[in-house]
Design a protein around this ligand. Structure first.
Ligand code: BF8
Ligand code: SF4
Length: 618
């Protein structure tokens, strides 16, 4: 396919041209090789859950060897798909609890509790006594409470304390209350074994329960403990696009999701001895820049620049100016190892659960974090000497962005309460809000929908909140600065202009979508309504991952109308598809809608928001 059809960005186009010139294969080439995809897999009608199969069902052969029909097979496949995503987020969340545990036990000398106030607040929310108690004693109780949220002994995960009562009653009635994170995940694997849950709607209810365990459990714990350990984000300025990579510096890119690794890398890279060594080798300093979600984590808290989102990760290396890519886990294309090998770039993995053949491996541990981070940064610095200046090409100029909008920061900007936001919504200056989240997918022109939808919504005075890979997209389009109010409708322009904030707020990484549902719950509680009564929506226009599906499903199950730019692999079952796009509305007060066009999607949200405003008497 011609490069112009692959992406909307000049920096990406320049690197795709360079890749073709230099014979470097990218994700787009491999998509072409893999197209057309298997039709059965696209429809979700293949099953490999036992060795009587694998089976492919169709009109001609409607049942697998065991007798499972398309509804059962599609529901089981989708259930496992969502569960993969919930497991990813939640295992990340657990890693943060383990760091808190190491801090409490004095086994993590390089980590500390940065936001003590937030730790006490959280403890209070989950019913832990805080009055007159020592920080570490409360931290220990909180750690135990969150570990227990992953187990089998609770009736619901603790942070459900944030959810409006009416919503919790709905979940209880449906059998959708998330009990324990690992329990729901394990139960989905059980249910989808041959001969268990052979009733598609029932399987989907458990898929929703598993997704809710992610949203209100694993992800939320991940976000909250990251804030406790590394600090709750506050508004700050930074930059985005490939031009944040600097020709005269040692460039170290952090990629993956967990700030436990990237925060230490950044701290090591800022040490004077490290900078001095970089200068000895002829660089002017060390530049740590972010990719994907761990980039979002560091951007939100430390203001480091963002080199790119999912489809920019390969292209960043192709600049020829990247000394090292340091990864933890999730969304890291294995192709990055091969592409690094085409340049002087060192590819370093840090997690035993995410190893890459051909990578330099560190078994990163809380006890030895800083020592290991220094070793990793040293590898990057020494690689600077191997850089081939003749192959360096860094396109364009960096674009300014504003970041750091945690709920705490937003409430502070509003003067300490949500009242001004409620008033702006009631007055119609802010008609509603939509969270645009998730990924890139090479099947969709890179960032075309992420940017297109954001622009359409703010024109309609709908506030947009972005996370994950949509962040870089919105940032590069100039939407994450206060001046972007010029692209917004009059109401949003007035409110954001007065507050000095952009009409598109960066809310963090993908686990930080938990901040968005928390905000929705707080608004609903403030108004005394259910989340499904609010004039809000969610969208993942260019999603690709299991995690995005889990996010979408916990949003819907929480009562938020949710858009997907393309369908999951469920169209082979009418029952499952109908449930997703309409039936769930009756059960949980929201459903998915699938629409590949940005303008039409914005109109759908507009209609929904109108109806919800009317319902609230606005
Ligand atoms: O968790 S947005 S491509 S990087 S899955 Fe992945 Fe999608 Fe990016 Fe972060 Ni989220
Ligand atoms: Fe085929 Fe049933 Fe086995 Fe799936 S579980 S592979 S449908 S026999």
């Amino acid at each position: 396919r011609p490069i112009d059809e692959l992406t909307i960005w000049d920096d990406a186009k320049a690197m795709l041209k360079k890749a073709r010139r230099e014979g470097v294969e990218t994700v787009h080439d491999r998509l072409d090789q893999q197209t057309p995809h298997c039709k059965f897999c696209e429809l979700g009608t293949t099953c490999r859950n036992c060795t009587m199969g694998p089976c492919r069902v169709s009109e001609k052969r409607p049942r697998g060897v065991c007798g499972a029909d398309a509804d059962v097979i599609v529901a089981r496949n989708f259930g496992r798909f969502v569960t993969g995503g919930a497991a990813g987020h939640s295992d990340h969340g657990r890693d943060l609890i383990e760091v808190l545990e190491a801090i409490v036990e004095g086994e993590a000398p390089d980590y500390k509790i940065t936001d003590e106030g937030k730790l006490f607040r959280l403890a209070g929310e989950v019913g832990i006594e805080t009055e007159g108690r020592e920080l570490m004693a409360v931290a220990e109780d909180l750690m135990e409470c969150f570990f227990a949220d992953f187990g089998s002994r609770k009736k619901s995960v603790s942070l459900l304390s944030r959810v409006p009562e009416v919503r919790k009653e709905k979940w209880a009635k449906l059998g959708m209350t998330p009990r324990g994170v690992d329990r729901e995940i394990a139960e989905m694997m059980h249910r989808t074994h041959m001969g268990c849950d052979n009733d598609a709607p029932n399987t989907l209810i458990h898929a929703a329960r598993t997704a809710l365990a992610d949203g209100w459990g694993g992800s939320m714990i991940g976000t909250e403990l990251s804030d406790v350990i590394f600090g709750t984000p506050t508004p700050k300025m930074s930059t985005a696009n490939l031009a944040v990579i600097k020709e005269d510096k040692v460039n170290l890119l952090v990629h993956g999701h967990n700030p436990v690794v990237s925060e230490m890398i950044l701290a090591a890279a800022r040490e004077p001895e490290m900078v001095a060594r970089a200068k000895e080798l002829g660089a002017t300093g060390i530049n740590v820049a972010g990719l994907c979600c761990t980039g979002n984590e560091l951007l939100m808290r430390q203001g480091i620049p963002m080199a790119g989102n999912h489809l920019m990760t390969e292209l960043a290396i192709i600049t020829g100016a990247v000394e090292a890519v340091v990864v933890d886990y999730q969304c890291i294309m294995p192709s990055l190892v091969q592409i690094s090998g085409c340049y002087h770039t060192k590819f370093i993995d840090t997690a035993n659960k995410a190893r890459f053949t051909g990578a330099i491996h560190f078994d990163f541990q809380p006890r030895t974090a800083m020592k290991q981070a220094r070793e990793i940064v040293s590898i990057a610095i020494e690689a600077f000497a191997e850089r081939d200046a003749g192959r360096v090409e860094i396109p364009g100029e960096p674009i300014e962005i504003m970041t750091g909008f945690s709920n705490e920061a937003v409430i502070e900007a509003l003067g300490g309460t949500l009242d001004p936001l409620v008033k702006a919504i009631a007055d119609g200056d802010i008609r509603g809000a939509v969270g645009i989240v998730g990924c890139n997918n090479p099947k969709i022109k890179h960032d075309s929908l992420n940017v297109g939808l954001t622009k359409e919504l703010i024109k309609k005075d709908i506030l947009v909140i972005v996370t994950g890979c949509v962040t870089t997209a919105a940032g590069k389009a100039g939407l994450l600065v206060p001046e972007a109010i010029e692209m917004a409708g009059p109401g949003l322009k007035k409110i954001c202009g007065a507050l000095g904030i952009p009409p598109v707020l960066h809310y963090g990484s993908c686990v930080d979508n938990s901040r968005i549902i928390q905000l929705c719950a707080a608004l609903a509680n403030e108004l005394g309504v259910d989340i499904s009564d609010l004039p809000v929506g969610a969208s993942s226009p260019e999603w690709y991952s299991e995690k995005a599906a889990a996010i979408g499903l916990y949003a819907v199950a929480s009562g938020i109308y949710t858009h997907l730019g393309h369908p999951p692999n469920i169209l082979g079952s009418e029952t499952v598809t109908n449930l997703a796009v309409s039936g769930l509305e009756d059960l949980v007060g929201a459903s998915f809608f699938i629409e590949p066009d940005a303008v039409k999607t914005a109109e759908m949200f507009d209609e929904r928001i109108k109806a919800k405003r009317k319902g609230l008497g606005l």
